[in-house]
Design a protein around this ligand. Sequence first.
Ligand SMILES: Nc1ncnc2c1ncn2[C@@H]1O[C@H](COP(=O)(O)OP(=O)(O)O)[C@@H](O)[C@H]1O
Ligand SMILES: [Mg+2]
Length: 377
Amino acid sequence: MTATSLYIGLMSGTSLDGVDAVLASFDSHGRPTLLSRSSIDFPAALQAELLALNTSGLDELGRAALAANTLVELYAQAVEHTLALAKVSPTQISALGAHGQTVRHRPDLGYTLQLNAPALLAELTGISVIADFRSRDVAAGGQGAPLVPIFHAGIFSAPHTRVIVNLGGIANITVLRPQQSPFGFDTGPANVLMDMWCAQHTGRHFDQDGAWGAAGKPDVGLLSALLESEPWFARSAPKSTGRDLFNHDWLEKRLTQFGINVHDPESLTDTEKQNIQATLRRLTAETMTQCVRLYASDAREVLVCGGGARNKALMHDLQSMMPCPVRTTDSEGIGTQDVEALAFAWLAWAHQHGVAAGNPAVTGAAGQRILGAYWPA
Ligand SMILES: Nc1ncnc2c1ncn2[C@@H]1O[C@H](COP(=O)(O)OP(=O)(O)O)[C@@H](O)[C@H]1O
Ligand SMILES: [Mg+2]
């Protein structure tokens, strides 16, 4: 094996916004250099079907298999774009790491399920595929998530305590202390509830730059009700979550209990709708800030990645609420949209190099395990 090898990472997360792809070279220690990247938005039909498959429905097994095939056709397009940008051919790639699309995440019941079609992806790309990264950790009694803290430690460690905050559909946190193993967990919703509310009332999939919600004012009473009504927030780590908990029903039930008529949008003024959006944004900022204060009071800085980093109002909230300076991973030379995809390229590298990338201190698994399974080109 040569000193450096090329890997591709493919990530599509809870937000159901699309797929992010990166091509990176890794040195013999697993340190990455990003060579190219691309993103493809999910077509509306695929997005709707993947969302529907998050809850049980008619012929869900057959539909899931077809959706997985459609998903990897998009993955293959993202691979092709990413390779073309770097002028690299598929035969030069050691393997690609493909996350798949989480449709169920119930480590408490012993399973986590990512829709994926690795065999088809190997056929379409001519590249060896490594996939199904979470199930082994769950089989070992872990949460199977978050998987990124070990990778964060490799690229973001500093001589002082740093916190990495990933604002995807769900938010997760990594605490990095010098000479210590990384620690991390999911903190709760980041964009998933905001996206839902925004889509319902504006027809747009997300609140561009956070502008719509920025015109509203957080409702302190509603914020307290959201925080207090959900015992998951107070649970200690290890913990992870997804749309299994933070979904449409979760939000609707709480808004209804608070006296908001969610079934008649006409009963709400635009300002009231924006106030709710601002409250959901504040819920993300508040839960994240509480976790940093509780688990990383010695943090000297917070680095933000994930799509939520582009929500200016959310970044502003975090900057004014956190006990230390907050900036994005851009300042470390890694784009906010590339961190997760790069982590899955690294997880593929780790699998092929026999590196046990499971992190029991984070997930609660019985031990470190080699993650993922291999489909040769
Ligand atoms: N320009 C933007 N302004 C505000 N929010 C954004 C912007 N771009 C992306 N987002 C948010 O980020 C989400 C996607 O983030 P991402 O990190 O891809 O999450 P996931 O891993 O769950 O797919 C979108 O659904 C949206 O809520
Ligand atoms: Mg995404």
